[in-house]
Design a protein around this ligand. Structure first.
Ligand SMILES: Cc1ncc(COP(=O)(O)O)c(C=O)c1O
Length: 404
């Protein structure tokens, strides 16, 4: 069997956290709340096309030459300035590394830190793509629950006392995927203090931080870092376009050097032509004005979804109250398996889809929750889809409730 030749990390018996995530429904009535994609009708395509022309005209053939392993210095300087302004992280272009989306940044950090069996703490639920990246290094996971204001730090500290070898903690502090939860500023400060005390590294993954519908971005966890223990990761996927495949990380000292070492082995460097075009785009356009326009649209869609959750869903469920980002997280009565409900009832009868929550847990041991994304649909379509979904959930709840 050819499969016997594969590395354990691609063992086909162990499904990747990312496989089969997005259910397909070809019915013309289908409404999908599944994929966490930005709304492509808001993509600045013409401005980006001009920026590509400008970048190529300015630099010519040399633009297509090998450049630097960290990536376009002008773009890195702009990103360093942005996280200084909006996240209070005092850093420079020298500490920024451009990556193939935030996803590669996560994978590079995993590659730089994790040996097989190493201990990693993750908030639960958590971003499936991070689990997929960590899974390649076969770590031992410790799941720490989330609260309405972010990671439960008491539970984290208990876990750290019991497992002092935990070397990495992964968190999405801003408008978290999949729950929409944001970590309070006090917890950000306290988390760094815990990292200093218990000697671990924090991977702060924050692609949604600019998309707050109620307040300006909070200081990054990295802004409280005094020992170079926090790697900050972000991305242009949600605020510009994911097809640019441009993410970035901020790291310091030996940790930065270790990440650069594994990056060279992975891909030498990222797409210079794209990065020069993004740099030209940022010279000619106001990114914050573009983000403000995105927020105007997403805020309305977010409001339509919470309105529908209140109007059409039974009292027996609970849901998060995101102040930004792309997602709502719905918890059903514990007797209901959200994956089975999707497959048996919601897709075939209501023609609506969502992502069942199980894949967002490293042990795949929670089955009664689901993620809803609102970004791709108009408020009217959100309302129609949520009405159908709410009716299906009501039916499922009736089915498991004791008859009194
Ligand atoms: C929390 C989080 N991190 C990272 C990513 C990776 O995105 P990209 O590689 O497009 O930057 C995503 C995408 O959905 C995400 O939600």
């Amino acid at each position: 069997m050819l499969n016997d030749l594969f590395a354990q990390r691609v063992n086909p018996d162990v499904p990747s956290a990312l496989s089969g995530l997005f259910p397909q429904d070809t019915d013309p009535r289908a409404i999908s709340f599944a994929a966490g994609s930005p709304n492509e009708s808001l993509f600045p395509v013409a401005a980006m096309q001009t920026a590509f022309d400008t970048a190529i005209a300015q630099t010519g053939a040399h633009l297509f030459q090998y450049q630097t392993a960290q990536g376009n210095p002008d773009l890195r300087a702009k990103l360093a300035a942005r996280i200084g302004k909006w996240g209070q992280v005092a850093t420079t272009a020298d500490n920024v590394v451009l990556t193939v989306g935030g996803q590669q940044a996560i994978e590079l950090v995993a590659k730089a830190l994790l040996n097989v069996g190493d201990e990693v703490a993750v908030e639960v639920p958590t971003y499936v793509g991070a689990l997929a990246a960590f899974d390649l290094y076969q770590p031992t996971y410790h799941a720490v629950p989330l609260q309405a204001d972010g990671l439960d730090l008491d539970r984290l500290e208990e876990t750290l006392k019991r497992h002092p070898r935990i070397k990495l903690l992964y968190t999405v502090p801003d408008y978290h995927n999949p729950t929409g939860i944001t970590m309070s500023v006090a917890k950000r400060r306290e988390l760094v203090a815990l990292a200093n005390r218990y000697d671990f590294i924090i991977l702060e993954d924050s692609p949604y931080r600019d998309l707050g519908y109620e307040h300006a971005p909070l200081p990054a966890i990295k802004s409280f870092d005094t020992e170079g223990r926090v790697v900050f990761v972000s991305s242009l996927s949600k605020i510009l376009m994911p097809g640019l495949r441009t993410g970035w990380l901020v790291a310091d000292g030996d940790l930065l050097a270790a990440i650069m070492r594994v990056r060279l082995a992975s891909d030498l460097e990222t797409g210079n032509v794209v990065h020069a075009a993004i740099d030209a785009y940022l010279d000619a356009n106001d990114l914050d004005a573009h983000i403000a326009a995105l927020k105007t649209s997403y805020r309305e869609q977010c409001a339509a979804m919470v309105h529908a959750l209140a109007a059409y869903f039974p009292d027996d469920i609970s849901y998060t109250q995101p102040a930004g980002g792309f997602f709502y997280w719905v918890t059903l009565p514990k007797e209901i398996d959200a994956a089975a409900l999707l497959e048996n009832t919601v897709i075939p009868q209501a023609h609506v889809s969502y992502v069942p929550g199980t894949n967002f847990y490293p042990d795949r041991d929670v089955h009664n929750s689901l993620r809803l994304c609102f970004t791709g649909l108009t408020p009217a379509v959100i309302d129609a889809g949520m009405h159908r979904l709410g009716d299906a959930v009501k039916g499922a709840v009736r089915g498991v409730k004791p008859v009194v």
